[in-house]
Write a protein that binds this ligand. Sequence first.
Ligand SMILES: Cc1cc2nc3c(=O)[nH]c(=O)nc-3n(C[C@H](O)[C@H](O)[C@H](O)COP(=O)(O)OP(=O)(O)OC[C@H]3O[C@@H](n4cnc5c(N)ncnc54)[C@H](O)[C@@H]3O)c2cc1C
Length: 382
Amino acid sequence: MDPFTDDDDLAVADSVRRFADEVIAPRAAEIDDSALFAGVHLPALAEVGLMGMNLPERWGGAGVSSVALYLAVEALAAACASTTSMVTAHFLATDAILIGGDDTQRARWLVPAASGKTLGAFALTEPNAGSNPADMTTRASALGDPLGDRYLLNGVKHFISNAAHADFIVVFAITDASARARGISAFVVDRNAKGVSMGPAEPTMGLKGGHVFEVRFDGCEVAADCRLGAEGSGFRTAMKVLDNGRIEIAATCTGIARAALDMALAWAKTREVDGEPIARFQGLQWMFADMATELDAARLLGLRAARLRADGARFSHEAAMAKLFAAEMAGRVTDNALQIHGGYGYSRQMPLERLVRDVRVMRIYEGSSEIQRNIIARTLLH
Ligand SMILES: Cc1cc2nc3c(=O)[nH]c(=O)nc-3n(C[C@H](O)[C@H](O)[C@H](O)COP(=O)(O)OP(=O)(O)OC[C@H]3O[C@@H](n4cnc5c(N)ncnc54)[C@H](O)[C@@H]3O)c2cc1C
């Protein structure tokens, strides 16, 4: 038990854990081996309400607390990180509409997305604008005409999770180049709109079932009622969405690390060297003690950020700390868990090497570890 979680949160976590163990975990190896899109799980995820877990009931969501959301994402990640990355990318898209949109837009896009009828993608990164998205060059040029205001979208987005499988993409583009970050606006674009095209799925080291794509916009027309909020409010929306997303990445990391630690504990109790279980070796016991301590510390940081978010308090600083610590911790814990398995950990017959590959990107996306340190230092030095 911890000071941030209540009985309702634990009940949500329990039911997601049971679902994830029974339905999601059994296909994790297959999804990784064949780079099968984790969308194969969409009907099941939709049925239990997971695709709208981040949304209020008013818009068809589960209406659970941010702490319950953390625990749900953690449980899902312990079963399959690829599936979790597809779901959390969908959350980025729907969070952007919830935060930046008006009620008409929320009713239009969130209700079908929450029920899993539609899948979202979130397109911020560009080939030359990752850590600093304000360097983006994708342009939305306003066209006032008698048929109604429209924009023409031109540019390229890179590493966009879910994009080719998605129904809608939240796209960030410049509407006023002279205003830098304050000149960026957010739009919801139909994935099948004229002028939208995709490259093939990017081959990646891990998260092989969470496909990422290059997305091109060549004169794609977007109606003005697809703009989220006022012109120039897009960057602020993106930053708020990423604050939420960082808590979900922290939860993904603690889920993956917990799975790795559990596997290593079970292995160490049965694997014998010199006629005794390797768990008897003090060198490994200390490794376990460090892994469990770091994992708990990461969870507490993540749950604290989630609690602040649930209470409506500011949490950017705490979310950055949670994401930084959890991503670095999960790298160490999965690596040690592989080490404890010896050669069997390195073999593709065991899940450990998949966890090591899957967790690596957590230190890179939604703001790398270096960017999280910048965010934390900025608050400290303010
Ligand atoms: C699997 C995957 C899925 C993704 N999904 C999405 C998605 O759905 N939507 C989306 O918009 N993007 C997505 N991304 C993009 C991701 O968010 C970016 O890759 C990430 O923000 C880093 O940007 P970059 O790759 O351009 O690296 P760069 O910005 O080029 O950074 C290179 C290195 O420089 C360091 N660095 C940069 N600036 C600083 C600084 N100021 N101080 C210190 N160090 C610095 C970085 O930490 C990094 O180590 C995804 C990426 C991957 C790999």
